[in-house]
Design a binder for this molecule. Sequence first.
Ligand code: DC
Length: 226
Amino acid sequence: MESATPVIVAIDGPAGTGKSSTSKAVAAQLGLSYLDTGAQYRAITWWMVNNGIDIDDPAAIAAAAGKPEIVSGTDPQAPTISVDGVDVAGPIRTQEVSAKVSAVSAVPEVRARITELQRSIAASAANGVVVEGRDIGTTVLPDADLKIFLTASPEARAARRSGELKGADVHSTREALIKRDAADSSRKTSPLAKADDAVEVDTTELTLAQVIECVVTLVEEKRAGK
Ligand code: DC
């Protein structure tokens, strides 16, 4: 289905709530672009690690924040991410990057750079866009047409994430997720948070298909002016 007027959908929430799968499917179903903002933070983290920047030194991260060129491809059927022309879709999913991304993404200069990039991508999406992340509804796109905040129990999130990581230990995955959420929620600059006007969807007991249907219905209701 092609959209009539551009629609901006913000989908936020912690890791393992089904944000990426839901956002991609909703965008594909509604003919919208798709932007994975976590991939951008992972990409800049990958670049810092590869260029020998000390992750424990926020000043060093801040000084380097403007250097890498990050490009996101926004086709929901085949999203891409590159840094300085290098495809980093695989390398940004390693445990090393996952363990370091919260520290890098807490640095205000990194957030300013990536936020600007996100806003320009959203503004240039002709049909509209589904943007997924942690601070999209609160900070990046506060005027989004629809804001969704996905949640799920820590157990459900860890089980889903260890399934994605092909059988990684559920206990250690749960610990790593909780640690990352705590860091993302407690940072000073645009923490993980539900916007006041976001619709909260608890996905613990829902299948992916049910979550997708729920969000598609919410977008269609918005478009119909309900
Ligand atoms: O969605 P993800 O797990 O791939 O995101 C990786 C990290 O990026 C997450 O732990 C925090 C950071 N992030 C952020 O700070 N703001 C966003 N809008 C998206 C992700």
